[in-house]
Design a protein around this ligand. Structure first.
Ligand code: NDP
Length: 450
């Protein structure tokens, strides 16, 4: 049994049995067995089951939120929103089975049609930063497309995914259609990669492990979607509403204690507005409420683990150029204050994904300089652009190599718009209207009129 820890108190809150390779194989076999009846179920019936699943999740919103607060240190506001997001994702993709259209393509001598066939058993590997939402973004569209699914939550945060597995049964999904298997990455996750009956892997996590997953999947030409790291830029031009840009910048990077692949952890500010921006940023950062995640006034909770705390702290050594920092509780819990570094584009803190509440601010000269600096990274996930000039907003949005940008806001992920990264931030897109198709193979059939 493995102890699950509350990162705000360091108390052990649950013990979870981890699946072995043999148990993983048994779950994959059950998913494979459940595939034909799930795939061949009338589309409307599959849609109804997903709607019922959403209703059960809604009925357990408080339970899910409370598990995420104690297991992951998410603030009560975020945890509730995440539980609601899971239900909304289910409702959205419940519209999928009846809309999974193929095409009819004009050909001589007959009829040509395409079908979207479910790819088969899908393995979803989930990280610890958003345990229930990231699990749902993988398994919900897969189920809607007619696939059966095995899910591996992160070792540190298995509780909400395990609850979702139970709610699936409560909602009436047939056994084997969705199985949640807590366990170690190199055991359960690796088995999803290696097992020939798993026909697609959806992986969210570090770029290093994502590359291994992709290389492993290549052995069987297995389909793979990767959502990996980020080092997203928040670009503030001098012509922007600098007050608003500074007031919102902390929430673009410190949400979930910075443990967000979309965190805008590099702030690029046009030199002529730099001093003003920093002046305004300081009270905004010091005003971030860090503390007990159960308190509705709290805006930021703890880091997920001692190990993550050590990693984040390594980016703020004693001689770091700290411009200013907020405060955080002392005592038990993996607390880290929101921290702003002044730096240069060569700094490690400016180049590497920190995954904690640390942001580096660097000045730029002009539009070309801003785009060059924003793109000078192996990552390309997200980013924000602050300007009042519509032409510049369009030019810079097109020039920044990233999959999910926002102008004059730090918009977060929406279940009905596509999400994913350029370059080493990932491969493929999740969510949005096209996600279902990524869980299918297109089949072309010609029917002769003779
Ligand atoms: P990992 O990439 O190690 O973990 C993500 C998931 O992959 C976990 O479920 C993990 O299991 C699993 N996993 C680990 N090894 C394998 C393997 N060989 N085969 C299949 N699955 C595997 O991320 P970490 O949790 O170690 O976080 C490290 C850093 O990664 C963070 O500090 C951050 O920079 C980045 N990260 C980025 C995320 C994002 O959303 N872009 C999310 C999480 C992390 P297990 O729980 O056993 O480790």
């Amino acid at each position: 049994m493995h102890g699950v820890i509350n990162p705000a108190t360091e108390d052990v809150i649950a013990s979870v049995a981890f699946a072995s390779v043999e148990e993983t194989d048994e779950a994959i076999a059950r998913a494979h067995e459940a595939l034909p009846s799930w795939r061949d179920m009338a589309p409307g019936e599959r849609a109804d089951l997903l709607r019922r699943f959403a209703a059960v999740v809604r009925a357990h919103e408080d339970d899910l939120a409370s598990l995420e607060i104690t297991n992951s240190g998410h603030t009560v506001g975020n945890a509730r929103a995440e539980a609601q997001l899971v239900a909304k994702t289910m409702d959205y993709y419940a519209g999928g089975p009846e809309r999974l259209f193929g095409k009819q393509i004009p050909v001589p001598g007959g009829v040509d049609v395409t079908f979207h066939e479910p790819v088969g058993v899908v393995g979803v590997i989930v990280p610890w930063n958003f345990p229930m939402t990231i699990a749902a973004w993988g398994f919900v569209p897969a189920l809607a497309a007619g696939c059966t699914v095995v899910v591996k939550p992160a070792e540190l945060t298995p509780l909400t995914a395990m609850a979702l597995g139970e709610y699936a049964i409560e909602a009436g999904l047939p056994p084997g259609v969705l199985t949640v298997l807590p366990g170690a990455g190199p055991v359960v996750g690796q088995r999803f990669v290696d097992h020939p009956q798993v026909r697609k892997v959806v992986f969210t996590g570090s770029t290093a492990v994502g590359k291994q997953v992709m290389a492993g999947c290549a052995q069987q030409v297995k389909r793979v979607t990767l959502e990996l790291g980020g080092k997203s830029a928040n670009i503030v031009f001098a012509d922007a509403d600098v007050e608003k840009a500074a007031a919102t910048a902390p929430y673009g990077v410190f949400d979930n204690a910075g443990q967000d692949c979309c965190a805008r952890s590099r702030i690029l500010v046009q030199r002529t507005a730099y001093d003003r921006f920093m002046e305004l940023l300081e009270p905004a950062v010091k005003g971030v409420q860090v503390g007990d995640p159960r308190d509705p006034a709290t805006e930021m909770g703890p880091l997920i683990s001692r190990q993550q705390h050590e990693r984040v702290a390594s980016y703020v050594p004693a001689d770091a150029r700290v411009a200013f920092a907020g405060s955080c509780p002392s005592g038990p819990g993996f607390w880290f204050p929101p921290t702003v570094l002044q730096g240069s584009a060569d700094d490690r803190s400016f180049r590497e994904e920190i995954f904690g509440p640390v942001v580096t601010v660097v000045p730029f000269e002009d539009e070309a300089d801003a785009v060059r600096m924003a793109n000078d990274t192996v990552y390309g996930l997200s980013g924000s652009i602050w300007t009042r000039d519509v032409g510049r907003a369009l030019r810079v949005s097109r020039a920044v190599e990233a999959g999910a940008l926002s102008v004059n806001s730090h918009s977060s992920v929406r279940y009905w718009t596509p999400f994913g990264g350029f370059k080493e931030s990932g491969l493929g897109r999740e969510l949005g209207p096209d996600a279902l198709e990524s869980f299918t193979e297109t089949k072309n059939v010609f029917i002769s009129a003779d």
